[in-house]
Design a binder for this molecule. Structure first.
Ligand code: LMR
Length: 399
């Protein structure tokens, strides 16, 4: 009798699990639109020039690898604050934002989730319907009962804003609300700035607890535009959480470079919150790794590299938009009669195609086109060579 006899086989991860299946697929035309990763027009994950230059400089001055402080590299944490909140923002200069370097945006969510479970053990938690699959998993693992707020309008292809407002209005005080700051994952539909104002008002009036997930800053409309909502939350005077990630914006997926920032009321409160966040980090993984955070800090804190990064980020953003248009055109050419223009209305890495699970399974099995079962496709992996095959394949499963 083994200790593990009763252990059940867990299902594959709905997103990363697709990579495993994709790797073994023999179809020469296969395209991986499953995981949210940006590939260039040659189908390669780019190694940004700003990253290469920063790495060269860092390697030219080799340093020993002692443990980092629990909250990470100080220059990294301050660069995150400057990027996300604005260096001159009162919240930053008064020292009331607690930031810890985390293992990617996922790590930021988990550290925040663990802290919130201690702080508000009985609070409910809402994610959008639908949301990134891992939101539910992370917060469930941290002990929350995860519910949803209305978001996607499948019939009209867009956002059901009245449903979103109703869910927020009905939520009990202190309910934690996970909000996608930009480039909503999986739908690609963001609420407007005016709608954000209404959301913020209701979150404030109902005394809900906002947790912003900002994983795609720079992939929507631009760095400032994509971060605009953070400024609105600061202005509201609320306490809130923001998890950020450089996986996509620096094309540093495997380095796990992210952060959690908690906006507090004043410096003394911030010191206490930070001390608690450090316990969460210490008991999960002790302290973060050095390399990725050093690279990002070096780029963000060196004006020429920072300018180069913004340029390279802009190129990725523009190419994704071009791929959206090419996909719409390709679908028309392939004979799809339905209006597919919503693909260019969506923003960020993903398109929520509206295809059903059986169509997504057919796309994978018959055509080697991998998206998630929810119908989400990472348009960031399309290129001028594969977009026709993808469009033709979608047309076939829609016929
Ligand atoms: C995604 O949604 O595909 C990305 O955020 C990658 C991930 O970790 O799931």
């Amino acid at each position: 009798m083994s200790l593990f006899t009763a252990v059940e086989m867990a299902p594959r991860d709905p997103i990363l699990g697709l990579n495993e299946q994709f790797a073994t697929d023999k179809n020469p035309l296969k395209v991986n639109l499953g995981v949210g990763v940006y590939f260039d027009d040659n189908g390669k994950i780019p190694l940004l020039e700003c990253v290469q230059l920063a790495e060269k400089e860092l390697i030219s001055k080799p340093t020993a690898r002692g443990y980092l402080p629990i909250d990470g590299i100080a220059a990294y944490d301050s660069a995150v604050k400057a990027l996300v909140f604005g260096g001159a923002s009162e919240a930053v200069t008064s020292g009331r934002i607690a930031t810890v370097q985390t293992l990617g945006g996922t790590g930021g969510l988990k550290v925040g989730a663990d802290f919130l479970k201690k702080l508000l053990p009985n609070a409910g938690l809402l994610i959008s319907d639908p949301s990134w699959e891992n939101h539910r998993a992370i917060f469930t693992q941290a002990g929350f009962n995860v519910g949803t707020y209305g978001y996607y309008d499948a019939v009209n292809k867009g956002i059901d804003f009245p449903a979103m407002m109703k869910s927020l209005n009905d939520a009990p005080r202190q309910t934690i609300v996970v909000l996608h700051a930009c480039c909503h994952n999986p739908t690609g539909y963001d609420i407007s700035q005016e709608q954000w104002d209404q959301v913020i008002e209701i979150v404030k009036n109902k005394e809900l607890t906002p947790f912003l997930d900002l994983a795609y800053q720079g992939f929507g409309s631009g760095l400032a535009e994509d971060g605009q909502v953070v400024g609105k939350f600061i202005k509201s005077g609320m306490n809130f959480f923001v998890s950020t990630s450089f996986s996509k914006s620096f094309s540093l997926y495997g380095e796990r470079v992210g952060a959690l920032s908690v906006v507090c009321t004043d410096k003394a409160e911030c010191d206490r919150v930070l001390s608690q966040l450090k316990i969460m980090v210490r008991t999960n993984y002790s302290n973060p790794p050095i390399h990725g955070g050093s690279v990002v800090a070096h780029v963000l804190n060196t004006p020429e590299l920072r300018a180069l990064w913004e340029e390279e980020l802009g190129e990725m953003r523009v190419r994704i938009k071009l791929m959206r248009s090419m996909l719409v055109a390709g679908l028309k050419d392939a004979g799809v009669k339905a209006n597919m223009d919503f693909i260019t209305d969506q923003i960020g890495m993903f398109s929520y195609s509206g295809l059903a699970k059986d169509q997504m399974v057919r796309l994978r099995n018959e055509f080697g086109v991998y998206g998630t079962d929810s119908g989400r496709m990472a348009v960031s992996a399309l290129n001028t060579k594969n977009v026709k095959h993808v469009a033709d394949s979608i047309a076939k499963v829609m016929a």
